[in-house]
Design a binder for this molecule. Structure first.
Ligand code: G3H
Ligand code: ZN
Length: 278
C-alpha cells in the first residue's frame, strides 16, 4: 500500500533499523524498487529527484502517478518522496502529485541563506501536510553536499533544526553523490555525535559509494533514511549493455529493459535487508 514517509521513518527509527530510499528515473525503476521491497519483505521509499523531473520535460505528474498506482497495489509499504528540490514551483506541486515528503535542498547557500529558505519551505510543507527533509552545509562542489572532506557540525546542526523546524536532516559524514566505486569512508563517530545533538532522524545521501557493511554500521550509529541512486543505475545500464552486446539484431526494448529491471530489483532486495539489519 501507499503510505507516508513519516510513518515509515518513525517505524524504522523505533525499531532501530534503517529505511532505504531509492531514486527512480523511469517506470521500470519504480517497478523494480517495489518488486525488490516485496521480495525483501520490507518497506521502501521511492524517490524522484528534481533532476529526474527535469528529464521528464519538467512534468512531475506522470511518473509520480505511476509510482503511486504501483505502490497502492503492492503488498509492500511504499511512500513517495520528492528529492533534492531547489525550485519552489516544484515544491509547491509536491502534495498534488502524491508525495508525502520532500527534500528541500538549499545546501548550496551560506548558513543564513540556507536557514531562511529552508524555514520558508518547512512552513509551506507543514501547512500542506508534507514531511520536510533538508540539508546542512555550505558545501562546495557541483554535487552539493557530501563533497569529500566536508562535514556537518553537530552544534550547528542542532541550531539549524531548531531554526527551521524541519522533520529530517541530511548530513555530510563522508559520503559523496554519484560514486560508482563503493569506497567512501564514513565518520561513524560523527554520526553518533549528530544523533546526540539532533532530535530529528538523520539521512545519508550518496549511499551508493558506501560498502554494504559500512551502511549497516552507519545505521547502527544513527542514520535512519539511506538514499541510494547510482548503484541502481550501474546495475540497470550494465544489464542493458550486456543484452545489446549479446544480440546485435535485438530491436524490442522489452528484451533489454526486462533484464535491467530485474537487475535493479535484486540490488534493491539486498540493500533493503542490509539497512534493515535483516
Ligand atoms: O538523494 C539521493 C542520493 O543521495 C543518492 O546518491 O546516487 O550517490 O547513491 P547516490
Ligand atoms: Zn542526495
Amino acid at each position: 500500500p501507499l503510505t507516508s514517509t513519516r510513518r515509515l521513518v518513525d517505524a524504522a527509527r523505533a525499531a532501530g533499523q534503517g529505511l532505504a530510499a531509492f531514486n527512480v528515473i523511469t517506470i521500470e525503476h519504480v517497478e523494480a524498487v517495489i518488486d525488490g521491497a516485496e521480495r525483501a519483505g520490507g518497506p521502501v521509499i521511492v524517490q524522484i529527484s528534481e533532476n529526474a523531473v527535469a528529464y521528464h520535460r519538467r512534468n512531475v505528474f506522470p511518473l509520480a502517478a505511476a509510482a503511486a498506482a504501483l505502490a497502492r497495489t503492492s503488498s509492500a509499504e511504499v511512500s513517495l518522496h520528492l528529492d533534492h528540490v531547489e525550485d519552489e514551483a516544484l515544491l509547491h506541486r509536491a502534495a498534488d502529485a502524491g508525495f508525502s515528503s520532500v527534500m528541500f535542498d538549499a545546501s548550496k547557500l551560506d548558513y543564513a541563506g540556507n536557514v531562511e529558505a529552508t524555514r520558508d519551505a518547512a512552513g509551506w510543507a507543514h501547512a500542506n501536510g508534507l514531511y520536510l527533509e533538508a540539508e546542512l552545509g555550505a558545501v562546495g562542489g557541483k554535487g552539493g553536499a557530501h563533497t569529500p572532506g566536508v562535514r556537518t557540525d553537530p552544534t550547528e546542526a542542532a541550531e539549524f533544526v531548531a531554526a527551521t523546524g524541519i522533520d529530517a536532516l541530511a548530513v555530510a559524514v563522508g559520503s559523496s553523490h554519484a560514486m560508482v566505486e563503493r569506497t567512501a569512508a564514513l565518520d561513524l563517530d560523527l554520526i553518533a555525535r549528530l544523533r546526540e545533538a539532533v532530535g530529528q532522524p538523520l539521512v545519508l545521501h550518496g549511499s551508493s559509494g558506501v560498502a554494504d557493511e559500512h551502511l549497516a554500521q552507519a545505521v547502527g550509529a544513527g542514520i535512519v533514511k539511506v538514499n541510494i541512486g547510482t548503484i541502481l543505475n550501474v546495475a540497470f545500464t550494465d544489464a542493458v549493455r550486456a543484452a545489446l552486446a549479446a544480440d546485435a539484431d535485438l530491436v524490442d526494448p522489452r528484451k533489454y529493459l526486462a533484464p535491467a529491471r530485474n537487475a535493479v530489483s535484486e540490488q534493491v532486495q539486498r540493500l533493503i535487508s542490509v539497512v534493515s539489519g535483516g
